[in-house]
Design a protein around this ligand. Structure first.
Ligand code: RIB
Length: 333
């Protein structure tokens, strides 16, 4: 016998509407006893709600799209964990799309998610994206951006950190620890976090009477390969330095590895600071001094903002700038 929502309602002795509310996480006005009885009957009968059928009625699929640019960077899976936990808590599913920073893939996923009739999208764009596209401008469903906005794209909210202050605190700490020639090895300048971190780096130098020298700034990508290649280039060009502020932890990991290959000790010869505080920051030797982003909370807040928008709940603000924390470990003296 096919188990339908009608079967469950009959077995649980409730209306179809009550079963629908329990299934869709809209059961705030249903007693605990009724809710548990419905869930028990659903479990006993292995009932799986027909989301497509219900979406034809409600025009909602209770599904969110999550688009991230680099699943190999531990920063983004942590965002995804926060999104998924909040979504699950409110009865939503999540379709995760990884673009490998490829803008064409990004556009393709945005189109696919609309075909799948997701109710809204949480989006961190490629670090290479320089401008908004027509397909993004034509988006007819709510979008919340995380970590980096897209100039020209109006969204229902942005969740990020104060990158400028985070970078300022890191470089000010290095200066206070006696570092004088501090390099900045950055992510792509197209990415707003990179530009904000560069501003913080500059402000820390200038407010401590250290002249900003653009020859000590090296723009690249948020990857350990870039950290590795950049150190090689710097050392072969005989550039003098005693400290390095890196655009993110992956860059810092590549930097530390290549400094060691050049027989330079961290932190005795060179101090190194990262950005993100991914779980790998304590798995390397020496453990990394870095700027912690509340990454899980960023994902959780983005999902909360999107769901509140979808459920037409009041949102008190739509631009959330969370704080960073300087985490001092052993890669600085
Ligand atoms: O590590 C990836 C970087 O991209 C993070 O620093 C995050 O801020 C994003 O900009």
């Amino acid at each position: 016998m096919k188990i339908t929502i009608k079967t469950i309602a009959k077995l649980a002795g409730v209306s179809i509407a009550t079963v629908s509310k329990v299934v869709n996480g809209k059961d705030q006005n249903i007693t605990e006893g009724t809710r548990n009885r419905v869930l028990k009957v659903i479990k006993e009968n292995n009932y799986v709600p027909n989301r497509i059928a219900s979406s034809m009625v409600t025009k909602k699929t209770k599904t969110l799209g999550l688009v991230i640019p680099d699943i190999a960077n531990p920063f983004f899976p942590e965002i995804a964990r926060g999104v998924e936990d909040k979504a699950k808590d409110k009865g939503y599913n999540v379709i995760l799309c990884n673009t490998d920073n490829d803008i064409e893939k990004e556009e393709g996923y945005i189109e696919m998610l609309q075909e799948k009739m997701v109710d809204g999208i949480i989006f961190t764009s490629s670090s290479r994206r320089k401008n908004v596209s027509q397909s993004l401008l034509k988006l007819h469903i709510p979008v919340i951006t995380v970590d980096r906005n897209i100039e020209g794209l109006k969204t229902q909210g942005l969740v990020r950190v104060d990158n400028e202050i985070g970078a300022y605190d890191a470089v000010k700490y290095m200066i206070d620890r006696g570092y004088k020639k501090i390099l900045h090895i950055t992510g792509p300048i197209a990415s707003r976090p990179t530009r904000e971190r560069l501003k913080g780096y500059k402000r820390a130098l200038e407010s401590n009477n250290i002249a900003y020298d653009e020859k000590l700034v090296f723009e690249g990508s948020f990857s350990s390969d870039w950290g590795y290649e950049c150190i090689d280039k710097i050392i072969s060009n005989d550039i003098e330095f005693d400290g390095i502020f890196c655009g993110n932890d992956l860059i810092a990991m590549g930097v530390i590895k290549e400094l060691k290959n050049h027989k330079l000790k961290v932190p005795d010869d060179i101090g190194v600071v990262g950005f993100d505080d991914i779980y790998l920051a304590v798995m390397i030797e020496p453990e990394l001094t870095t700027v912690r982003q509340p990454t899980y909370e960023m994902g959780y807040k983005a999902a909360e903002l999107l769901i509140n928008t979808l459920e037409e709940k009041e949102i008190d603000q739509n631009d959330y700038m969370l704080k960073t924390t300087l985490i001092i470990r052993n890669s600085t003296k």
